[in-house]
Ligand binder design. Structure first.
Ligand code: PLP
Length: 397
C-alpha cells in the first residue's frame, strides 16, 4: 500500500500552486465576462487580462504590447514559426536543432513539405548547439532561427545570448533580417528571463510548467517583427490570435509566473541540491549508469539517466508501483516506440536511449523524498537486470 506518492515528473507538468488557484477562483464564477464586451462584466475581464499582460511583460522585461496570449506552449511555438514563415511568403530557410520539442520540429517539418528548407544544426554530446556553426549555416533566404532555451528531456541550456549577439552583427549587413525564436517553456520561472538581455525576437512560455494551469501560454513578439496569424476569427490579441480570451488561464499564468519569479533563487538552490543528492546517490549505489544531463550547463530540476541493460518503461512502471512518478522522456511522445530523438541526437545508441529515465523536480519535492527514491531504486534496477536478457549477455554498448 502506497502511503504517499512522490511526483518527479515536473517537466511534463506541475501541480498548480494553491495561491494560483486562489487568484483564479474569482474568474470561474464572479467575474465571468467576455473581455471584448463593453459593459461592466467585460471591462472587469479586460482589466484582468491587461494587468496580467503587464505583469508578464514586466517580469521578462518586455513591452506590454509585445505579449500575445495563446492556448499553450505548443501554439506559441507554432505561431512563432508558421506566423513568421507566412509573413515572409511561400518559401525560405529556417534553422533549428534536432533536439527541439515536437511543437517546433513538427511545424518545421510541415514547412519542409511546402517549399521551405530546414537546416538541423548538430548538437554536441551534451546537446549544445555551436553558435558559430549556426551562423555559418545562414543563407541569403534564411528568415528564422528557432533554438530552445533549455531542453525538456536532458535539461541542457543553449547559448542563446551568444547566438543573438552573433546574429545581431550579421543582421546589420543583411537585407533579409533573420529572426531568433526561443522555446523558453522549460526555463520560464526556473532561470531569469530578460528578453532584452537575451537578444531574442520571439519567446514561448506555458503556464503548466511553472505551477500554473494547463491550456494557457504566451508568445513574446518583439515590436516590429513581421508575423501573421495562424488562426482566423476576431480581432483579439492585436489581430494575431483570435478567440475569446481565457481570462482565468491568463490570470493563472501571470500569478504563477510572478510567484516563480519572486522565489526563483530559493527554488533554484533547493532543487539543485535535490538533483545533486539524487545524482550522487545513483552513481554511488548503481553500476552501469550514464548521466545524460550536462553537469554544469543544465537546468537545476532535470536529471536524465541511462540504466544499462534495462528498459526505461519497465523501470518507470516499477517505480510507479512504489509510488514514484518519473518519465522516460517527453510526455508528448510517451506513446511512441521510437527511442528519444534527443538522446539519439547526443549520440546514445537505441539501447542506451531506451534505458533512460528523466527525473524532473520541483520546489515542492523534499530531501526525504529523494532519499526514499534512492532507498528503492538500486533494488528495482537490480531486479529488472536479473530478468533482462541484455544483462545476462552483458551486451556491451
Ligand atoms: N516546448 C517544450 C520544451 C516543452 O517541454 C513543452 C511541453 O512539454 C512544450 C513545448 C509544449 O507546451 P504545452 O504543453 O504547453 O503545449
Amino acid at each position: 500500500m502506497i502511503k504517499k506518492r512522490i511526483y518527479l515528473d515536473n517537466s511534463a507538468t506541475t501541480p498548480i500552486s494553491k495561491d494560483v488557484v486562489k487568484e483564479m477562483q474569482k474568474y470561474f464564477s464572479e467575474s465571468y465576462g467576455n473581455a471584448s464586451s463593453l459593459h461592466y462584466f467585460g471591462r472587469q475581464a479586460k482589466q484582468a487580462v491587461e494587468s496580467s499582460r503587464a505583469k508578464i511583460a514586466k517580469l521578462i522585461n518586455a513591452e506590454i504590447d509585445e505579449i500575445i496570449f495563446t492556448s499553450c506552449g505548443t501554439e506559441s511555438n507554432n505561431l512563432a514559426i508558421l506566423g513568421v514563415a507566412k509573413a515572409y511568403g511561400d518559401y525560405g530557410h529556417i534553422i533549428t536543432s534536432p533536439i527541439e520539442h515536437y511543437s517546433v520540429l513538427s511545424p518545421c517539418n510541415y514547412l519542409k513539405n511546402r517549399n521551405y528548407q530546414i537546416t538541423y544544426i548538430d548538437v554536441n554530446q551534451s546537446g549544445i548547439v555551436s553558435p558559430t556553426d549556426l551562423i555559418n549555416s545562414l543563407q541569403e533566404n534564411t528568415i528564422l532561427i528557432s533554438i530552445m532555451h533549455a531542453n525538456n528531456e536532458i535539461g541542457v541550456i543553449q547559448p542563446i545570448e551568444d547566438i543573438a549577439s552573433k546574429l545581431y552583427k550579421i543582421n546589420q549587413t543583411r537585407k533579409q533580417k533573420v529572426y531568433l525564436h526561443t522555446d523558453a517553456i522549460q526555463t520560464a520561472g526556473k532561470l531569469n528571463i530578460n528578453v532584452k538581455n537575451l537578444g531574442i525576437d520571439l519567446l514561448s512560455i506555458s503556464a503548466h510548467k511553472l505551477h500554473g494551469p494547463k491550456g494557457i501560454g504566451a508568445l513574446y513578439v518583439k515590436r516590429g517583427i513581421k508575423i501573421f496569424p495562424i488562426l482566423f476569427g476576431g480581432h483579439h490579441e492585436k489581430n494575431l490570435r483570435p478567440g475569446t480570451e481565457n481570462v482565468l488561464g491568463i490570470v493563472g499564468l501571470s500569478k504563477s509566473y510572478e510567484i516563480a519569479y519572486n522565489s526563483l533563487k530559493d527554488h533554484y538552490s533547493h532543487v539543485l541540491n535535490l538533483k545533486r543528492r539524487l545524482e550522487e546517490g545513483i552513481l554511488n549505489d548503481i553500476s552501469d549508469v550514464t548521466i545524460n544531463t550536462d553537469k554544469t550547463n543544465s537546468l537545476p530540476h532535470i536529471l536524465n539517466v541511462s540504466f544499462k541493460y534495462i528498459e526505461g518503461e519497465s523501470l518507470l512502471l516499477m517505480l510507479d508501483m512504489y509510488g514514484i512518478a518519473v518519465s522516460t522522456g517527453s510526455a508528448c511522445t510517451s506513446d511512441s516506440l521510437n527511442p528519444s530523438h534527443v538522446l539519439t541526437s547526443i549520440g546514445l545508441n537505441t539501447i542506451a536511449a531506451r534505458g533512460s529515465i528523466r527525473f524532473s523536480l520541483s520546489y515542492q519535492n523534499t530531501l526525504k523524498e529523494i532519499d526514499y527514491v534512492l532507498s528503492v531504486l538500486p533494488k528495482i534496477v537490480n531486479d529488472l537486470r536479473l530478468m533482462s536478457p541484455m544483462w545476462k549477455k552483458h551486451t556491451v554498448y
